[in-house]
Design a protein around this ligand. Sequence first.
Ligand SMILES: *Cc1c(COP(=O)(O)O)cnc(C)c1O
Length: 409
Amino acid sequence: MSTEAEALELDAADPGHRELFDVPPAQGGDYPEVAYFAGNSLGLRPKATRAELLEDLDSWAALGVEGHLDAARPWLPYHELLTGPAARLVGALPSETVVMNTLTVNLHLLMVSFYRPTRSRHRIVIEDSAFPSDSYAVRSQVEFHGYDAEDAVIRLRPRPGENSLRTADVVEQLGGDVALLLLGGVNYLTGELMDIPTITKAGHAAGAIVGWDLAHAAGNVPLALHDWDVDFAAWCSYKYLNSGPGAIAGAFVHERHLGADLPRFEGWWSTDAKTRFEMTPESRPPATADAWQVSNPPIFAMSPVRTSLEIFDKIGIEVLRERSVRLTTYLAELLADFEVITPADPARRGAQLSVRVPGAGALSRRLRFEYGVIADSREPDVLRFAPVPLYSTYHDCWRAGAAMAEVTA
Ligand SMILES: *Cc1c(COP(=O)(O)O)cnc(C)c1O
């Protein structure tokens, strides 16, 4: 077992960017700040977020409606400030990327275009441990089209006795009746990182559309959505992307679908910005992902996303991923006495480690109030620890390992 002094030495050698974030005070234990492992659920607030949000808010006070054009960051094209950084984060072209709405709403808007079932091909494949919102979204889409969700939704399970899905087993399930494959890039429960390029290719070979929910992947692992030929994807911004509770989400539509004749639910922000104020009865959507926008965006909700994406853009997801692998490997060593259900191979996981342990809910509360260690529990028996490369430290990991040993002794 690594000692506290060793953890502090590792921090000195590999420091991260904790100084950019507000770390909450601990409610128990020997240290003033929490050891925060819930960045996979709600990331911490960047210090710059408050001041930059207030600047945007004050433009409203100073300019009223003229802020649409005259604010320091004008509101009309505000969402475009987020497009480049978001595109670079997920390995997309700016034309393929838009920051809008929230995650499940984006999944629905994208399924309007990309889930177009026929009698012979109407099934949707998801993982059995899909986040509930995704399960409800696909079931409601299936039923909206008049099919039976029990029959049409295929839920992939790991082999008996295993915790994660094997790529070959996923590929094998892709019959000619599958219209859409919609998996989590990183599973929220197990932390498994799926082989996105291989599964996308196999889905296409089976004649299916392949979409990815990147809620736990965006800002966690490098992605190359364009090169991997993913059809569409969506992600939220409040987990690894540190943009605050309910933050505005992202969406990706591959270039080869842009400008195509696809069904879409439209509003005045779906039309080309250059002609928007001509107020014509018919929209003229641009050949970009902006065509999937519906309403004018909430500026004060986008502001924290902009601030956070700039941090990722400056440091780079590849650099963060390298530190992430080092931190998570260190934490895995400290948790070696526990049943970690996340794949052991760093190439098959992101930052998160999921520990299967009886009484996870009660343990999570003890970790918080007796040790200042924030790790959440998920039913029935999983504790999740996500060291975040931007702000987590080796010392945080050491605290988690020591606290876990004590609460389970
Ligand atoms: C967090 C998460 C969601 C949450 O959906 P919202 O629309 O942002 O409330 C959905 N799906 C997955 C896989 C998630 O991890």
